[in-house]
Design a protein around this ligand. Structure first.
Ligand code: THU
Length: 150
């Protein structure tokens, strides 16, 4: 992935921080998900008074894309911090890694963790979710198991 493209994703993810709905944790997260067709889907975290219905920024972005018919992705950028102040990398939670496993090739899908435009690291999904369970593990399904679901 070219540096220019990475910086653009980081900027887009940062723009989402102001939209995070976080009255309980005050921890703002922004995501920018790059689809294989070049479209970028954005997401922020959305919390709830009942706590458990909270949705992470990453899943917001994935579900927006899938609900619009897009199911193949190449990378996601995630930024986050208390009150939206970026000091450390914000790695995706386990649930979000599992959602990535559903739609992305773990060997190629890139997760860009950023603090700033010049401070980021890139991980493959396989690194962050070793031996993950995906559609291909379901017996009786053809190929990657996703054909029937589309
Ligand atoms: N959160 C995300 O949106 N993405 C992550 O990668 C980690 C955690 C959210 C969930 C919750 O709204 C807040 O950050 C604190 O956990």
């Amino acid at each position: 992935m070219e540096k220019q493209e990475i910086v653009k994703l980081i900027k887009t993810a940062k723009e989402q921080l102001s939209r995070a709905y976080v009255p309980y944790s005050c921890f703002r997260v922004g995501a920018a998900l790059l689809a294989e067709n070049g479209t970028v889907y954005t997401g922020c975290n959305i919390e709830n008074a009942a706590y458990t219905p909270a949705c992470c920024a990453e899943r917001t972005a994935f579900f927006k894309a899938v609900s619009e018919g897009v199911t193949t992705f190449s990378a996601i950028c995630v930024v986050g911090g208390p009150d939206g102040v970026l000091r450390e990398y914000t790695p995706p939670c386990g649930v979000c890694r599992q959602v990535m496993m559903e739609f992305c090739d773990p060997e190629t899908f890139e997760i860009i963790l950023a603090v700033g435009e010049e401070d980021y690291r890139i991980h493959k999904l396989r690194e962050l979710l070793p031996m993950g369970f995906g559609p291909g593990n379901l017996a009786g399904w053809e190929d990657d198991g996703k054909e029937d679901a589309r």
